[in-house]
Ligand binder design. Structure first.
Ligand code: ARG
Length: 589
């Protein structure tokens, strides 16, 4: 028998085959199988009644015919899934113990899970463009979500078999540098301090510079000239620009290291500066872009707004912009990475930009006869303070990411020190780091990404509810069961073969574990990691009920082995799930 990983999609495929054999050509939804209310079955085909209605068929006989066709399918019979007709023509499915045990005994370590999940996107090349902060500034809380959501999405895609290319599209080539270079020339800057401190001064200089451009025409002109000198590649300006970027990259890297975020490429906007002319030329030559008021724009006339609000690809002064760079980057990712798909992770305010980018690419590539990759804008809402407004410091500044992370660790340390005062200092710090940083991460990922959410320390650090501390603790508690075993038996729990299921709680837990691929699929389908969070939270709850009702250690040998096996599978999926979200897990808390 083939090993089934994602149960409902496997059932759905057999069902689709059965429909076809009956000569009923049906849309995919008709054979779609989903988890069902457990009172009626484990899974259910939801489209059959609607299909019968569309065809003018009586549903119950149709369901009966389908069931017979399924039973004639040898592979179906081999899988040992039960199906029966009920009510007006429902076709629920139930997983008997034998099936559950086979699944649990097949997927019992990371590599087998990976093998099961890895069929989904096998060989698909997906560029994930995330984090992407701007240089000359420190990362602030507004940069948190792209980094966290992007990292989780790329882990999920990779786990599901995609060849992921992680690309950090850093903003390192803006008009900001004209003002900055001029301000550095006119003021003194101590470069010898830490990257964060120098960036702090640069931010202050920039703010001052912007204020001056508003009142001092000559200053503004001079700043423009500095920018042109940089763009022309004059060595002095280039050296200053590089110095600022080098510093920024180092500051970003400290955050990425701490948050366990890694990139394959860091191709900043400047990387594309020699490729933007080609973009403009091509768009113009195929008649997609037109001159309007001296600027080059693309008008999507069929769109209700973008005809009037064109996509600006070259400014009046001849300079390219964010849009031109994104077009060049898209072309590069197709020509050099051979991307099948590109995913951009930014906040919701950039929705118009990406819609226009995608429309432009579509028309442009059609003319070029180039394959258009699937283009997805994965956008997210705002992090709010307790007052319901975008989160800021008391003095109204954006909150620095570095400080937020330090505070998370410090608060978690306080909790750890209180709960487990006897732990060694180093151990306390290690736990506080995993809990604190994990808590920020999880609070973000557990929200539907397109919603705004309120950032609350007590909530995200709570040991109750859908939080990182709760899940990390649930996992650590299972590990503590293993630690009570004699050393020789500890290493073997992963390999334990489950012989049977006996109690209702064991069955409920087994069924929940088998739903892991469904949670993965839900999270990946629309690139929303919160589905995985919800599942892990529910799994921890089901485990907790099992653990309360079914003693694990000190039972008869077979019972103990069976329950230890269930503990091991739960630990595996909790751990794997948390890693896919980007969290570091702990064996002890
Ligand atoms: N640097 C941009 C910003 O801070 C985000 C870039 C996102 N990626 C892209 N290819 N446009 O808003």
């Amino acid at each position: 028998m083939v090993e089934i990983f994602h149960v409902p999609s496997w059932i759905g495929a057999r069902l689709g085959g059965a429909l076809a054999r009956l000569g009923i050509e049906a849309a995919e939804e008709s054979a779609r199988v989903q988890p069902a209310d457990p009172r009626f079955g484990d899974f259910q085909a939801n489209g059959l009644l609607a299909l019968a209605k569309r065809r003018g068929l009586v549903p119950r006989p149709l369901a009966e015919k389908l069931l017979r066709a399924l039973m004639a399918d040898e592979e179906w019979r081999g899988a040992g899934i039960e199906a029966f007709v009920s009510g007006p023509g429902f076709l629920p499915f139930r997983l008997p113990d034998g099936f559950l045990l086979r699944w649990l005994n097949t997927y019992r370590d990371e590599s087998s899970l990976r093998l099961g999940a890895g069929q989904r996107f096998l060989g698909r090349k997906i560029v994930v463009d995330y984090s992407s902060p701007n240089t000359a500034k420190q990362m602030h809380v507004g940069h948190l979500r792209s980094m966290i959501i992007g990292e989780s999405i790329q882990r999920l895609l990779r786990f599901c078999g995609a060849a992921v290319i992680r690309d950090n599209h850093i903003g390192d080539w803006g008009t900001i540098f004209g003002i900055l270079i001029l301000m550095i020339r006119q003021n003194s800057l101590d470069w010898e301090r830490s990257p964060a401190e120098v960036l702090e001064s640069l931010e202050a200089l920039y703010r001052e510079g912007v204020a001056r451009t508003n009142e001092d025409e000559a200053f503004l002109e001079e700043a423009r000239r500095e920018l042109v000198r940089l763009q022309r590649g004059e060595p002095e300006n280039v050296a200053l620009w590089q110095r600022i970027n080098g510093l920024s990259y180092r500051a970003f890297q400290e955050i990425y290291d701490e948050m366990d975020v890694h990139f394959d490429h860091v191709l900043g906007e400047s990387f594309y500066r020699d490729q933007v002319d080609r973009v403009c030329r091509e768009l113009e030559s195929i008649g997609l872009a037109e001159i309007s008021d001296g600027a080059l724009v693309v008008r999507h006339r069929a769109h209700p707004r973008f005809g009037e609000q064109p996509f600006l690809v070259r400014k009046k002064d001849g300079a390219s912009n964010y849009a031109t760079t994104d077009l060049a980057a898209l072309l590069y990712r197709v020509e050099h990475f051979h991307a099948d798909e590109i995913i951009y992770v930014t906040d919701g305010r950039q929705q118009d930009h990406f819609q226009q980018l995608f429309l432009t690419a579509e028309a442009w590539f059609f003319q070029k006869n180039y394959p258009l990759p699937a283009l997805k804008h994965v956008w997210f809402g705002t992090i709010l303070g307790e007052d319901g407004k975008a989160i800021r410091t008391r003095s109204g500044e954006p909150l620095r990411l570095r400080e937020l992370m330090e505070e998370a660790k410090a608060r978690a340390y306080g909790i750890v020190a209180e709960k487990s005062p006897s732990l060694a200092e180093e151990e306390k710090r290690r736990i506080a780091r995993a809990v604190g940083l994990g808590a920020i991460r999880y609070a973000d990922l557990s929200q539907n990404r397109t919603h705004d959410y309120v950032f609350s320390w007590p909530k995200l650090l709570s040991f109750d509810g859908n939080t990182a501390p709760y899940l990390l603790y649930a996992l650590a508690r299972i590990c503590s069961v293993f630690r009570k075993l004699p050393a020789s038996a500890r290493g073997e729990v992963e390999a334990l073969v489950l012989p049977s299921l006996e109690t209702p709680e064991e069955r409920v837990l087994a069924k929940k574990l088998v739903l892991f691929p469904c949670a993965l699929e839900q999270a990946i389908e629309d690139l929303r990691p919160h589905f995985l969070c919800t599942y892990l939270y529910e799994l921890a709850g089901v485990f907790s009920a099992f653990y309360k009702a079914n003693r694990v250690l000190g039972e008869a040998e077979e019972t103990e082995r069976r329950r230890l096996g269930l503990c091991a599978r739960t630990a595996l999926i909790l751990e794997q799930g948390l890693h896919l979200l980007g969290l570091a897990t702990l064996e002890q808390m």
